[in-house]
Design a protein around this ligand. Structure first.
Ligand code: ADP
Ligand code: MG
Length: 262
């Protein structure tokens, strides 16, 4: 049964989409079956997976409103090696259309139920807002991966996100938890980075991933070729960091499964 992770942070430009694409490809490299869901109307994860968002016949929008099945909307990312539920601007309408629907917060969860067993990991790329789309991602997910830059204001926005996660866990999805915090565009030469890291450790303890993602131009270039960094330049520091993250994620999964059965 797939583990479902929402990659969320209501701030834009923190590395959510970059993390989705490169973590998905890295998990595929370790022989996991992966589905990536683009839940952002900007469609960046779709384009970065090598799928043209302008020419979609079916998208995640159609799936959410019940007009097509997951199977009909699914595409394969050739370079990434994972399956993709793509998105484009149509998805902006979902915010309004969903409000009129029954079980509006659970549409994604129900859509995924029949296909969860086909995957090891399902990653959801969230939009940069605590919107109805993000609520759908949090209701569908087992855990939230929070990418963040180590800057002063990063911590301020974080409490809103953590509160939202808690509220959704109380009301709609009791099994939801924070899976991990990921430091992105990491530069250890900046002293604020170390201050923020110390604060994150204090608040979140071992939820903070040991692996950090460095600032690396290959990670920024790869999406315009529809590739993960792993294919675009597999020696790059960015590609190597995301492989290490996939390793840490899988190891944590194994050790928490062991604790659960012990
Ligand atoms: P989000 O999805 O949170 O808005 P993105 O993943 O789109 O963030 O990243 C924002 C911008 O920063 C993009 O142009 C992306 O290519 C670039 N970027 C993301 N992570 C890195 C990194 N580790 N090093 C360099 N550039 C990065
Ligand atoms: Mg994004």
């Amino acid at each position: 049964m797939a583990k479902v992770f929402a990659i969320a942070n209501q701030k834009g430009g923190v590395g959510k989409t970059t993390t989705c694409i490169n973590l998905a490809a890295s998990l595929v490299a370790t022989k996991r079956r992966v589905l990536l869901i683009d839940l952002d109307p900007q469609g960046n994860a779709t384009m970065g997976s090598g799928v043209d968002k302008q020419t979609l016949e079916h998208s995640i929008y159609d799936v959410l409103i019940g007009e097509s099945t997951v199977g009909e909307a699914m595409q394969f990312s050739e370079h990434g090696g994972y399956q993709l539920l793509p998105a484009n601007r149509d998805l902006t309408a979902a915010e309004v259309v969903l409000l009129e629907m029954k079980m509006k917060e659970s549409r994604l969860r129900y859509a995924l139920a029949p296909i969860r067993e086909n995957y090891d990991y399902i990653l959801i790329d969230c939009p940069p807002a605590l919107s109805m789309l993000t609520v759908n991602a949090l209701v569908a997910a087992d855990g939230v991966i929070i990418p963040m830059q180590c800057e002063y204001y990063a911590l301020e926005g974080l409490s809103d996100l953590v509160n939202s996660i808690q509220r959704i866990a109380e009301l709609l999805n009791p099994s939801l938890k924070i899976e991990g915090l990921l430091r992105t565009m990491y530069d250890p030469r900046i002293s604020l980075t170390n201050d923020v890291t110390a604060q994150l450790k204090e608040h979140f303890g071992d939820k903070l991933y040991d692996v950090v993602i460095p600032r690396n131009v290959r990670l920024a270039e790869a999406p315009s070729f529809g590739m993960p960094a792993l294919v675009y330049d597999k020696q790059s520091r960015g590609a190597i960091a995301y492989l290490a993250l996939a390793g840490e994620l899988v190891r944590r999964q194994r050790s928490s499964a062991k604790t659960a059965t012990a």
